[in-house]
Design a protein around this ligand. Structure first.
Ligand code: FAD
Ligand code: NAD
Length: 467
């Protein structure tokens, strides 16, 4: 068997691994990256990008349906809209192909050797790679000085309702050939609500079953209210505090908190009850690394408990977000190159692409109180924002949280159409240590949704101008 020797071996070519590879290449570190499926990982192939493409297509289609109802105050009229989901999926696949091809090209440009196949860990310095069946390539052994684990995560399966047949994960949901007539979604988290809403807009009858007492339990209640109202308007049935018991034929059996059982008819059942780090099936257990629950435990430099073995991305647990994975990957490459780096972000933003979108960065008022900080918070509603009126979406608000004593900004939250794009400004202001006065005195372009950011800061200081 051929043996390849390298300084850095990266296992997994998702956002964590491919960014580490690009940066390592830029820094001149001899690097080999092994990817068993497609470069780009979950995010580019079956996650962030394809889901946002489908959500966009669903939004566009829903607009035409709305115009066809001949009730739009804009005076736009459309006759008999229809959608060909196979074409939509082909368009989405085209975007995925362009981006994953781009990742391959960027790695090549930086001199990273990419080996396609599944790595199996033999020890902390050695892996064996089995090439894809039928690829005609031979297995190879790779020996390295530094091993970077970036194997990502998998969808959690319900043991009594495994994936297969009508029971699908987000992966299958993103590549359906036709819009299901009836869809049951298990889990009202990120995936359940992003994709459940999209399928409702595409024409499915959607029922969401959530074990907790409210949707998006990870977000604070005020932020979630406009999303709950929108689900109701769209006609998505939401069953809270309800457990799924299993499939009986084409029906999903559920039980609510008071013990009442019901059957929900379904052509497809999308199970979206979380993701778990990919720690098994590829010899990782041989390393006997310290764990943090189901995730690999890492320190503030992403070092595992074994010397020169590093772990990044979803494999290291929550928050399982692509931008966190990329930031960790870039940092580890720099540390291996001899730079002094630590993973101490002041905030990691999170965006939920529901209708309307939710964005958070830093602390909510509740989190600040729980941390014992004397904080002030203020919000500014989009109903008082001119730009929001011109795009027909006045639901939602921007909220700021700051220390009471010195006005240091601790967090931002927003809910509303298009607020995902506010994430950059929110996170920059926290990372740069801005105070309320800095944002309040920054001239914000008019008319933009961003003016609500300035107004929230002004309101926290007691002198908002437009409310
Ligand atoms: P992954 O992207 O999972 O990549 C790991 C890679 O490692 C895979 O390509 C896998 O094939 C490879 N691999 C694993 N084991 C081996 C092995 N033994 N040998 C060789 N290769 C191996 N995050 C956001 O920030 N924003 C979003 O909008 C968003 N939307 C999402 C939507 C969906 C439907 C899903 C499922 C996820 C979404 N996420 C989103 C989460 C995001 O996809 C992950 O946080 C991100 O992909 C994690 O990157 P990673 O590199 O750690 O892992
Ligand atoms: P999630 O953790 O966001 O939501 C899971 C939901 O399922 C929770 O509300 C939970 O209470 C519920 N649940 C758990 N067990 C259940 C059961 N047996 N019956 C009914 N409900 C149950 O998980 P997800 O939606 O699967 O997404 C996985 C991860 O992928 C996310 O945590 C996030 O890290 C990532 N993601 C991010 C984005 C984004 O950034 N926009 C989008 C999609 C996915």
């Amino acid at each position: 068997m051929e043996t390849i020797n390298t300084t850095l071996l990266i296992i997994g070519g998702g956002p964590a691994g491919y960014v580490a590879g690009i940066r390592a290449g830029q820094l001149g570190i001899p690097t080999v990256l092994v990817e068993g499926a497609q470069p780009g990982g979950t995010c580019l192939n079956i996650g962030c990008i394809p889901s946002k493409a489908l959500i966009h297509a669903a939004d566009e289609y829903a607009k035409t349906v709305h115009y066809a109802a001949q009730t739009s105050p804009l005076g736009i009229r459309v006759d008999a809209p229809s959608i060909d989901l196979e074409k939509t999926v082909a368009w989405k696949d085209g975007i995925v192909k362009r981006l994953t091809g781009g990742v391959g090209a960027l790695l090549k440009k930086q001199g990273v050797r990419v080996i396609r196949g599944w790595a199996r860990v033999l020890d902390g310095k050695t892996v064996e790679v089995q090439p894809h069946e039928g690829s005609g390539q031979e297995p190879v052994r790779i020996r390295c000085e530094h091993m970077l684990l970036a194997s990502g995560s998998h969808a959690v399966e319900l043991p009594f309702m495994p994936f297969g047949g009508p029971v699908i994960s987000s992966t299958e949901a993103l590549s359906l050939s036709e819009v299901p007539r009836r869809m049951v979604v298990v889990g009202a988290g990120y995936i359940g609500l992003e994709l459940g809403t999209a399928f409702r807009k595409l024409g499915s009858q959607v029922t969401v079953v959530e074990a907790a007492e409210r949707i998006l339990p990870a977000y604070d209640a005020d932020l979630v209210k406009p999303v709950a109202s929108s689900l109701e308007r769209l006609g998505v049935e939401v069953r809270l505090a309800t457990s799924v018991l299993g499939m009986e034929g084409e029906r999903v059996k559920v039980r609510d908190a008071s013990g009442v059982e019901a059957y929900l008819e379904a052509d497809r059942v999308l199970v979206a009850v979380g993701r778990k780090p990919a720690t098994t099936g590829w010899g990782l257990e041989h390393l006997m690394l310290d764990m943090n629950g189901r995730a690999v435990k890492v320190d503030e430099q992403c070092r595992t408990s074994m010397r020169n073995v590093w772990a990044i991305g979803d494999l290291t647990g929550e928050p399982m977000l692509a931008h966190r994975a990329m930031a960790q990957g870039e940092m580890v490459a720099e540390i291996i190159a001899g730079k002094r780096r630590w993973f101490h972000p002041a905030a990691i933003p999170a965006v939920c692409y529901t209708d309307p979108e939710i964005v958070v960065a830093g602390m909510s008022p509740g989190e600040a109180a729980a941390a014992g900080i004397d904080a002030i918070s203020a919000s500014f509603p989009f109903s008082a924002n001119g730009r929001a009126m011109t795009i027909e979406s006045t639901d939602g608000f921007v909220r700021v949280v700051a220390r009471k004593d010195n006005h240091l900004i601790l967090g931002w939250q927003a809910v509303g159409v298009g607020v995902a794009e506010l994430a950059a400004g929110f996170t920059q202001s926290i990372e740069l240590g801005a105070q309320l006065e800095d944002v309040a005195r920054t001239i914000h372009a008019h008319p933009t949704l961003g003016e609500a950011v300035q107004e929230a800061a002004l309101r926290a200081l007691g002198h908002a101008l437009h409310i």
